[in-house]
Design a protein around this ligand. Structure first.
Ligand SMILES: [Zn+2]
Length: 255
């Protein structure tokens, strides 16, 4: 009986043994962990700090903009960029408006200058053939001096008085012409043939370009005349003569 009891006790002890050893091991592990943790306070802080940084870094990309400093900064940058862009656009538009206004003013000035120049040109385009004269015969009059009615305008002036072209044009003829005496025909740029007759001298040649007011000869009494004068005749397009006074009045010349 005692032997049996001893066997049972030994068996029980044998069975418990691992439990005790496991318990001891557990104690050691827990103790070790406690020791590790206890000895690593600083490390734990480092780890914690790193973890926080890591979490923060990860979170930066995930957090909503309102709570994410980096995103807020980016948002501020974007907002600043937008404001700058908007300002650029505003300035650009203002500059464009200013440019258009300036260009418009320049165009207006140019138009005025151009109008003024044209007005001056119109006045300069036609000029009296003599600075001083006396009208002795007008267009259409009848006289024993002429085979038919008078075909021009007679302007009496002293022999040698300068004759000036009444407009810009080209000399068609320059020379002696019978009853007309020394004659110069200038075709104006708008197509009127202007005859200057009875000249004492001729200062241009056929083919010359003349400007308004340019001297082309001098008053004389060559041809069929009773005294020195300029016989001025106008033949539009080289055709029949027309009334010089009426024709030139439309171009600003008063006889
Ligand atoms: Zn005449």
């Amino acid at each position: 009986m005692n032997q049996l009891l001893d066997r049972v006790r030994r068996q029980l002890v044998l069975q418990r043994q691992p439990l005790v050893r496991r318990a001891a091991s557990l104690t050691l592990v827990v103790g070790g962990a406690a020791v590790l943790v206890g000895a690593g306070q600083d490390d734990r802080h480092h780890v914690a700090a790193r973890a926080t940084a890591w979490q923060s870094a990860v979170a930066d990309t995930d957090k909503p903009i309102e709570t994410n400093p980096r995103a807020r900064a980016l948002s501020r940058d974007a907002s600043r960029t937008e404001r700058r862009d908007a300002e650029d656009v505003r300035l650009s538009r203002a500059a464009q408006r200013a440019r258009l206004t300036r260009e418009s003013a320049l165009r207006r000035d140019a138009r005025r200058a151009s109008d003024h120049a044209r007005a001056l040109e119109r006045r300069a385009a036609w000029t009296m053939p003599l600075t001083s004269f006396r009208t002795t015969s007008t267009f259409g009059l009848s006289s024993s001096l002429w085979s038919s009615t008078h075909t021009g305008l007679d302007l009496a002036a002293p022999e040698g008085t300068a004759i000036r072209s009444i407009a810009a044009g080209t000399v068609q003829e320059a020379g002696s012409a019978g009853a007309y005496g020394n004659r110069t025909i200038v075709r104006t740029d708008d197509g009127l043939d202007v005859w200057y007759c009875h000249q004492s001298r001729i200062d241009v040649d056929a083919g010359d370009r003349v400007t308004a007011g340019q001297r082309i000869g001098a008053v004389g009494s060559t041809g069929n005349v009773t005294g020195p004068h300029l016989h001025l005749e106008i033949r539009p397009g080289g055709g029949d003569p027309v009334d010089p006074a009426a024709t030139l009045a439309r171009r600003g010349l008063q006889f």
